[in-house]
Design a protein around this ligand. Structure first.
Ligand code: PMP
Length: 977
């Protein structure tokens, strides 16, 4: 980086600008190689890419050094790079290139004077330039690179490391002092001044204990490279800032470069710190110094960047960087240094100074001992939040007042327990949900007990200081509540109004009322719990933040221990979700997510009508379906009524797998045959028969090779990426018909054909027009029956049609359905014609204990009620059309979007690397889903290549939520994943 003033050893001189012809001649003359040259962006050195004449592969990068650099400094850079290359062979770094006359490094006599020129290796790849999103894996990769460089240079010495660099963080404080007076913007001056003085104060006690060594000290987003196609960087370039400095400065510089990226906050840098510490253990003093150094780095960047622009108005590079530099500083000061340090200790598993509970309260309790205390539970799982009450602003206050009315003296909402109640609009965001103080409601106006300490009154708050600790009470204190002139100097707290009581170190301002669950432990370790000051029990420390952003507990580990490994879960680090409401899911730490994937929760999560129907029936009766009760009859009639008259006979089971399995057995029983035709790449279930007809390689990579001999497959009729595309998709039907005809001709006419009526497993791809008409006719011509798997696409989801087969204008002989019909309750059904059902007799009788049980049947009827009374099919049509339009429009701006499939609220966004070859963007799709989760959207990939977003939210999805999803996806596609 350029030095902007001459306080330090280096003086800023103009970047050399040798003409290309002169460069070519000098390279040939001095290094003995004929080359072509291509100019590269230059900041302080002149950089050119060299190609051996006529060769496409670059020979290296020619750096004509800024004359400000001494020979020793140039040598320092080259030697440091060579040492790193030797000690860390897995890391790519640019070394000097060997030419026919030895290493290509020499002093040149040029038209612009004597200049040093050298050719270093061209390191292929892209930097992380700009402000795009950096995933936790990428950030961790940056930390690993910083650690690798730091280890490699551990005992590297060179005379030029004695130089004094402006970027050396040991001098940052001085650089700020020098540059600050000439900063014209008072707001920037104030920001920097405050930030720097807090950083100096935090740094002073540890600075003398920080180890010093040689380092790169510029392992930043601009100076790390990732190979084409790779996400994580594996190369470090630009050894221009090599020097000796505090060892911890290596990672502090890397951390600062993360902070300006899209969506980044200080927590986003933790993966880098963790990765660094794992390879290069940070001493306690270094942990304490890290964030003050990040702040100072931000301050130096801001001031020198702005000074540079003032000096050199045409320097676009420098002016483009100004916003980013300001963001670095703003992010670094967005949370107090003590909390950032506590957060880092927490992340590295180090001890906190006062333990995880934070500093204790040494003063007297402020309130007289209450007789009856009630603790409110407003967490995700609290009944207080049932039936959507968490969205209402008045929920908490109403619960507190009710408890006071029932006789409590004090009602408390404890600090440090995430609060869902009164969350308000549930748009996906990362809201601050953990209160840093206890909220109390008092039955009566209560004087604060006197005792030691000092009380200071500000507008709307009272701060009580005793010993090294303070407690601040804020809320509607009223005019005289804290009047120092009240009798006996007492301060009276008002009755029946929420008062937030926060504990914090004396002399500091109270923390924000709520913080994110990820920072809660760190805040608590710094400020403590107000319980003791109130004479109430303290809250336990909040659970550790997890890498996925939620609170960490051992439920996942226990799940892994006790469940079969193949019973997988979404996401590598899944949030723990304990509540749902409409199209939203709520994590255990109160984060509200938008559920865009859950077709099981068809009518919306926790629908009161479904809850009520199930609860009522559980109170009455639940038993097996051989008993005679009303619910099964009512529901079977209603289900049959949604279908054409011919389909009049119902079997009840518990799942989609059972439904398709039974449908296959019906086909076999009713025809007396055993061969079945199925479409490739489909999924029909896990039971023996349903699995046999499933050939989705995503569910079973060996699917096609392991079919039993009774299964015969036809091509997946995918008009987007199948064998026949677009206009040619009509060919699938005659080809499938030929397979069926051949089977019959070979003496094995099929019992039936099973397929989805709209290709759900491929991401909601419509079958070609007339497809089912032709294949159903062929099967029937040979005496077989047509089975429709409507498990995914039936029941109103397609918007324009209640059943998927209606879209194809056909009538199947057997319909298998499940999932959405029970809205999450295990319920499946097979509906067929009476004479087909009757022929099952040849197999004995049919009985599924809880298939169509009283509770299942009651829930099934309630689901139908909701779909009908809330016009959910119509909602799927209208909101689905709007969403499809929004998603399709994304394709105009983002090349990754190959197409958008589907109808209603069954949509598929297919990502491709190339719109011609349709190369599936599998890794990208996985990363996009992870990033969407960070933004609060639950989404998963589907399709044989896992490159399609399966958009199948609850049918009650609002237009606002549809837009929130489209906006979030747009943001991810714009800023990266
Ligand atoms: N058929 C289709 C089309 C499905 O998508 C599924 C489940 N994904 C099933 C059948 C099996 O349903 P279940 O998981 O309820 O057994």
């Amino acid at each position: 980086m350029t030095q902007v003033f001459d306080y330090f050893s280096q003086v800023d001189l103009p970047t050399p600008t040798l003409p290309e012809a002169e460069v070519r001649a000098l390279v040939a003359d001095v290094f003995g190689v004929e080359v072509d040259v291509q100019g590269l962006g230059s900041q302080q050195d002149q950089n050119l890419r060299l190609f051996r004449s006529g060769h496409p592969e670059p020979l290296g990068v020619l750096k004509i050094s800024n004359p400000a650099f001494s020979e020793a400094e140039v040598d320092l850079q080259d030697r440091a790079a060579a040492v790193v290359a030797e000690r860390s062979p897995q890391l790519r770094v640019p070394r000097l290139v060997e030419g026919p006359r030895g290493p290509m490094s020499a002093w040149w006599q040029t038209s612009q004077g004597r200049l040093h020129a050298r050719v270093i290796e061209n390191v292929a790849g892209r930097t992380l330039m700009g402000s795009g999103y950096l995933s936790p894996a990428v950030v961790a990769g940056m930390g690993e690179l910083a650690a690798a460089v730091s280890r490699a240079l551990e005992d590297f010495t060179h005379p030029a490391t004695a130089r004094v660099l402006q970027w050396d963080l040991r001098h940052a404080s001085r650089v700020v002092d020098v540059l600050l007076p000439s900063e014209p913007d008072p707001a920037v001056r104030e920001l920097v001044q405050e930030a720097a003085s807090a950083a100096r104060e935090a740094l002073a006690p540890v600075a003398g204990h920080l180890p010093v060594q040689a380092g790169h000290f510029d392992v930043t987003d601009d100076n790390v490279l990732r190979r084409e196609g790779a996400a994580v960087p594996d190369a470090v370039i630009d050894f221009g800032d090599v020097t000796a400095s505090w060892r911890v400065a290596e990672i502090a510089v890397t951390v600062s470069s993360v902070l300006h990226h899209d969506g980044a906050s200080p927590e986003s840098a933790l993966p880098a710190v963790r990765a660094f510490d794992a390879r290069r253990h940070l001493l306690d003093a270094e942990v304490s110094a890290l964030w003050p150094l990040v702040v100072l780095r931000g301050a130096v960047l801001v001031l020198s960047g702005r000074a540079q622009v003032r000096l050199d108005e045409g320097n676009d590079y420098a002016s483009a960087a100004l916003d980013r530099e300001l963001r670095v500083l703003q992010q670094a000061v967005s949370v107090p240094l003590a909390v950032l340090t506590a957060m880092t200790r927490e992340a590295l598993g180090r001890r906190q100074a006062d333990g995880p509970a934070g500093p204790a309260w040494s003063g007297e309790p402020l309130l007289p001992p209450p007789v009856r205390t009630v603790q409110l539970d407003a967490s995700t799982e609290s009944p207080l939040n049932d039936a959507g009450a968490w969205r209402e602003a008045g929920t908490l206050d109403a619960a507190a007042l009710a408890a006071l009315d029932a006789g409590a003296d004090v009602v408390g909402l404890p600090a440090w327990v995430p609060v869902l109640a009164a969350a308000g609009e549930p748009l996906p965001t990362g809201p601050d949900r953990t209160p840093t103080g206890t909220t109390v409601w008092l039955a009566r106006a209560t004087p604060l007990t006197p005792g030691g300490g000092r009380v200071a009154r500000a507008r709307g708050s009272l701060t009580w200081t005793a010993g090294g600790g303070a407690v601040t009470v804020s809320g509607a204190l009223g005019e005289d509540a804290g009047d120092d002139g009240a009798p006996g100097g007492a301060h009276v707290l008002p009755a029946r109004t929420p008062l937030l009581v926060q504990r914090h170190p004396a002399g500091s301002t109270p923390p924000p009322a709520r913080v994110t669950p990820r920072l809660a432990r760190a805040w608590r370790a710094v400020v403590g719990d107000p319980g003791a000051a109130l004479g109430l029990p303290s809250s336990p420390p909040p659970s550790s933040p997890s890498p996925a952003g939620g609170a960490e507990d051992d439920v996942l580990a226990r799940r892994h221990r006790v469940l079969a490994e193949v019973q997988e879960h979404y996401y590598g680090a899944p949030p723990r979700i304990e509540r749902g409401w409409r199209e939203h899911l709520v994590t255990v730490d109160g984060r509200v997510l938008l559920d865009m994937v859950n077709n099981v929760a068809s009518v919306g999560h926790a629908h009161p009508r479904v809850v009520e129907a199930g609860t009522r029936q559980m109170h009455l009766l639940n038993t097996n379906s051989r008993f005679h009760y009303r619910a099964i009859t009512d529901y079977a009639e209603r289900l049959a009524a949604t279908l054409p008259d011919e389909l009049d006979t119902v079997f009840f089971v518990n799942s989609g797998s059972e439904a398709t399995d039974l449908a296959i057995r019906l086909a076999m029983a009713s025809t007396g045959r055993r061969d079945v035709v199925a479409m490739r790449e489909a999924y029909h279930g896990w039971t023996y028969a349903s699995d046999a007809v499933s050939t989705s390689i995503q569910d079973n990579p060996n699917a096609l090779e392991t079919r039993p001999d009774w299964v015969h497959t036809v091509d997946a009729a995918n008009s987007y990426r199948g064998r026949h595309r677009g206009q040619d998709a009509w060919r699938y039907a005659p080809e499938a018909v030929a397979v069926i005809d051949e089977l019959a001709a070979s003496g094995r006419p099929p019992a039936g054909l099973i397929c989805e009526t709209f290709f759900g497993n491929a991401g909601g791809v419509a079958l070609p027009e007339g497809y089912l008409e032709q294949v159903y006719a062929a099967v029937r011509r040979h005496g077989g029956i047509a089975v429709a798997d409507e498990v995914q696409v039936g029941f109103g989801r397609l918007g324009g049609w209640f059943w998927g087969f209606e879209q194809q204008g056909v009538l199947p002989d057997v319909v298998a359905v499940a999932k959405s019909i029970g809205a999450g309750h295990p319920l499946g059904a097979v509906i067929t014609r009476r004479e087909i059902a009757d022929r099952y007799r040849t197999q004995g009788y049919f009985f599924s204990s809880t298939g169509g049980s009283p509770v299942s049947a009651a829930i099934g009827s309630a689901v139908l009620d909701v779909i009908q009374t809330e016009h959910l099919q119509e909602n799927a049509r209208v909101v689905g059309a709007h969403l499809k339009e929004r998603l399709t429009e994304l394709g105009d701006r983002h090349d990754l979007v190959g197409t958008v499939h589907g109808s209603g609220l069954y949509l598929g966004v297919e990502f491709v690397r190339d719109r011609e070859t349709l190369e599936p963007a599998t890794e990208e799709t996985a990363a996009i889903c992870d990033r969407l989760l960070e933004l609060g959207v639950v989404m998963q990939p589907t399709g044989d290549h896992l490159n399609v977003l399966k958009v199948k939210p609850p049918l009650c999805l609002s237009q606002q939520s549809a837009d929130a999803f489209a906006d979030a996806l747009d943001h991810v596609l714009t800023t990266g994943w």
